[in-house]
Design a protein around this ligand. Structure first.
Ligand SMILES: Nc1nc2c(ncn2[C@@H]2O[C@H](COP(=O)(O)OP(=O)(O)OP(=O)(O)O)[C@@H](O)[C@H]2O)c(=O)[nH]1
Ligand SMILES: [Mg+2]
Length: 305
């Protein structure tokens, strides 16, 4: 019997998908990790960190709230960008509730969101969630809330700091109340549907983004090539870091291989915490021209079937 069932026997089971959409860097992944209580989706200062749909699964009382993290919505030009934005719009269809997350600290937030507002669904509840309240004055927040509500018929407005956790519990309680009655779709201890090989690749990509966010403006791609489990419980993970040019490879490697070593150390440490095992992480940097145009790579990212 599930915990929620045993703790609140009178409650009916509830379950539903909630799509979280917003501009790049609004804090969507930070919010999902905050609600889940663990990292399921990587976060960085760079825009376009999330590249495909990622699930974060939270239990709140008798409700299983399945949050869909999405890539930020922007004016996409390249093949991969278009696939990313397409994945965000698909996820918007999928949720029974949509959550429009806005970086309230960004100047001109209302104007920057104009195109996205036009695409918000009319046939389901949409919540306005103003994020990064830790960086905004209260009067500015109230003005922003009224501007957004004048532009779209939001069901409710929330003001939160996804990073610090302010206001996030009230948002979760609201979502748990609002999802439909129905059986849970995932095991009660499951927090995402992402396979561990992919999660391991994402963790390394996060370290690259965070350590090289200035030096490596163009994209890189991490693939877990091989995963070896040993009898003593250790695991050896082999990953390839794809970049598009020799100059980028030199940046990823760093002087005498120092940078790739630091990236590897940070990723290994986090993987050990998650897996609760000793991890040996082998990273190789490879140049692959225009990798982001290749269907094989988009498939590995989960962007195409
Ligand atoms: N000060 C502050 N920073 C935040 C907050 N939420 C997120 N951030 C920061 O904003 C940056 C972007 O956060 P992400 O969660 O990666 O944003 P995202 O919307 O998932 O971005 P994409 O995946 O690129 O679309 C990171 O540096 C976060 O630490 C917040 O509430 N306050
Ligand atoms: Mg993200």
């Amino acid at each position: 019997m599930s915990e929620a069932n045993s703790s609140s026997p009178g409650d009916e089971m509830r379950c539903g998908f909630v799509s979280v959409v917003g501009l790049p860097n609004a804090g969507k992944s930070t919010l999902i990790n905050q609600l889940v209580g663990q990292k399921v989706s990587i976060v960085s200062k760079r825009v376009q960190t999330t590249r495909s749909r990622v699930l974060g699964i939270v239990i709140e009382g008798a409700a299983q709230v399945i949050l869909i993290d999405t890539p930020g919505i922007f004016e996409a030009r390249k093949t991969m960008e278009r696939a990313m934005v397409g994945a965000a719009y698909d996820a918007l269809e999928e949720g029974e509730i949509a959550l429009h997350l806005v970086d309230a600290s960004q100047s001109g937030a209302r104007e920057r969101n104009a195109e996205l507002i036009k695409r918000l669904p009319q046939n389901k509840p949409v919540l306005l969630v103003l994020n990064k309240t830790d960086c905004v004055q209260k009067p500015d927040l109230l003005a922003l809330a009224s501007d957004f509500n004048a532009a779209f018929d939001y069901e409710a407005t929330f003001m939160i700091s996804a990073l610090k956790g302010n206001g996030t519990q009230a948002l979760l309680s609201h979502l748990a109340e609002e999802v439909k009655t129905g059986p849970w779709l995932f095991d009660e201890d499951q927090i995402t549907d992402m396979p561990m090989r992919l999660m391991a690749a994402e963790i390394t990509r996060e370290k690259i983004f965070n350590q090289l966010y200035k030096e490596l403006p163009t994209s890189c791609f991490v693939e877990t090539e091989k995963w070896e489990d040993f009898d003593n419980g250790d695991v050896k993970i082999h990953q390839i870091l794809y970049v598009e040019r020799d100059s980028q490879k030199a940046i990823v490697l760093g002087r005498g291989g120092a940078r790739i070593k630091q990236i590897g150390q940070a990723a290994r440490k986090e993987l050990e915490d998650i897996l609760e095992r000793r991890v040996h992480l082998k990273l190789f940097a490879k140049v692959k021209d225009n990798w982001s145009e290749e269907p094989e790579m988009l498939r590995l990212m989960g962007l195409i079937e």
